[in-house]
Design a binder for this molecule. Sequence first.
Ligand code: FES
Length: 102
Amino acid sequence: MTDLGLSPDDVPLGALVPVVVDGEAFVVAHHAGGWCMFADRCSHAPCAFSTNGEVVDGSVLVCNCHGAEFDLTTGDVLELPAEDPIEIIDVAPVDGSLRRTS
Ligand code: FES
């Protein structure tokens, strides 16, 4: 399990926090169902969620570049113009640190 170098308090409910893992840019999100992470790039166009995204309605990720919405529990698209889902990676607090668990 990869330690993301963040404590649970670093990613409060509704937050999107950028992290780099193995040279790749990701975002750690805290939504109503817990924590998760995903690539810091919208599936619609090269917009970064860390600067253009927000968590709304509990577990919906909105990309404010063009308004696409994603379900943070599954990665599924909820609102166009994005057509492809995002890959959700499980994150959980372990021994006081947020760790990738999938
Ligand atoms: S880049 Fe995210 S909706 Fe277009």
